[in-house]
Design a protein. Structure first.
Length: 421
């Protein structure tokens, strides 16, 4: 079955600008580069965006917040498409439910209502599971044994990093992403994935994408970022490959700093308590948030900001249950209200955190808030599906800062065209 187009209310296109000098262009962009204002080439002209592997729409919302016009969101997951439809007023554009392998670049432009000459940015994050650290947990336990030995004070040699690629059909979706960027003749692109795509095991996939883009005339910038440095109340490491035909985009400059860094006058990192304020109301209660079972009492005893290591001799517990480094770091991990959250997981097991400091699971609106989705954003499906959509998303606030830098390169192109005319 082919892709199924889903109509939602489209955002109106803005009129193209008149002639602008290079100085006038820069002044116009600078005039809106302040907190709370959308920034990007959409400030004075339209940057059209197509979002591939859109999921719940984090990248797309960020593009809109950057001043762009989201024309099309594509995903093969029905629940994600319903979520996109339910929030059409926040990002607009059409929603296309389908497999990217069944699409062509021309089909993308047609579905988005764009001609072959309309400027276009394609954004997207191919499924990260083949490249995530979770995949390492399936490896033999050499690394875990090394960490346990180090924790016990033993001098041991660190095992070599694995380089054998695990079979996973989703790895080829990076190639499909590039194929569509190339076929659609996009002016620029944003590719997002987990930090571990730079691991030696996966680096050939990333290198091939960079080489293909540069061979096709794009200037690229690879940047590794932590969402907490951009106002997101969550430590979340991600890699972005930015490409533009009009010059290498700049890496987005951080907007927030670690409180211990006194050399900067940037605002300090956002923390969990303000982000979750208001969601303690009983009206947000979810039955699945209640924690009971084997380790429930252990969780209740863990202080905010700690994990299972509270119950180890390493931490001085009088009756330790575990040895340190014998569990995953997010086992019984509990938020501190005074710190940023740790990474929100898309498919957490029953004892995988972060848990709320009140020893319960986080409610889905709380998870969305830690990802910087707008308050009131609706996620469709049962809780498992809502959590999956939220955990897989790019935080919209981070996406905004990234897309702004790419959109700015297209602004330079518009300026040159205006001067030439």
């Amino acid at each position: 079955m082919g892709p199924v187009p889903r109509e939602s209310q489209a955002r109106g296109s803005r009129a193209p600008p008149g002639r602008l000098s290079r100085g006038a262009w820069r002044a116009a962009v600078r005039s809106v580069r302040r907190p709370g204002w959308p920034v990007g080439c959409g400030a004075v002209t339209t940057c059209n965006v197509i979002d591939l592997f859109a999921g719940a729409g984090g990248l797309g919302i960020g593009a809109v917040q950057a001043g762009c016009t989201l024309r099309l969101s594509v995903d093969n997951d029905p629940w994600s498409c319903r979520t996109l439809e339910a929030n059409a007023e926040l990002h607009g554009g059409r929603v296309l439910e389908g497999d990217v392998r069944d699409l062509s670049g021309k089909m993308l432009r047609d579905e988005a209502g764009l001609s072959a000459d309309d400027p276009l940015i394609i954004v997207g994050g191919a499924p990260c599971q083949p490249f995530s650290k979770a995949a390492y947990w399936l490896d033999p336990g050499d690394d875990a044994a090394y960490r346990r030995a180090r924790a016990a004070g033993l001098l041991v040699e660190r095992p070599a990093r694995p380089t054998i690629v695990r079979p996973d059909a989703r790895r080829t979706l990076v190639q499909e992403y590039w194929r569509l960027v190339d076929e659609a003749d996009a002016d620029a692109f944003v590719f997002e994935n987990v930090r571990s795509i730079t691991h030696p095991r996966h680096r050939p996939v990333l290198n091939a994408l960079i080489q293909a883009a540069e061979d096709s005339g794009y200037r690229t910038t690879l940047c590794a970022v932590n969402a907490v440095e951009y106002g997101v109340p969550q430590r979340r490491l991600r890699v972005f490959l930015l490409g533009s035909r009009e010059g290498a985009p700049a890496a987005p400059p951080p907007t927030h700093r670690d409180p211990t860094d006194e050399s900067s006058d940037l605002p300090v990192f956002e923390t969990a308590a303000p982000a979750l304020a208001g969601f303690e109301d009983p009206g947000y209660f979810e039955p699945e948030e209640v924690v009971d079972g084997r380790w429930a009492e252990h969780l209740r005893q863990i202080p905010p900001g700690w994990n299972y290591k509270h119950h180890t001799s390493w931490a001085g517990h009088p009756n330790p249950t575990w040895e340190t480094e014998t569990r995953f770091w997010n086992f019984l991990l509990k938020l501190s209200p005074d710190l940023p959250s740790w990474t929100i997981n898309a498919s957490p097991g029953p004892w995988v955190g972060p848990f709320h400091w009140e020893s319960r699971r986080l409610r889905t609106p709380e998870l969305a808030a830690l990802q910087t989705f707008p308050r009131g954003y609706r996620f469709e499906g049962p809780r498992r599906e809502r959590v999956r959509q939220i955990g897989n998303a790019v935080p919209p606030l981070l996406a905004r800062h990234v897309v702004e830098e790419v959109a700015t390169t297209l602004g330079a192109r518009r300026t040159r065209l205006a001067v030439a005319a």
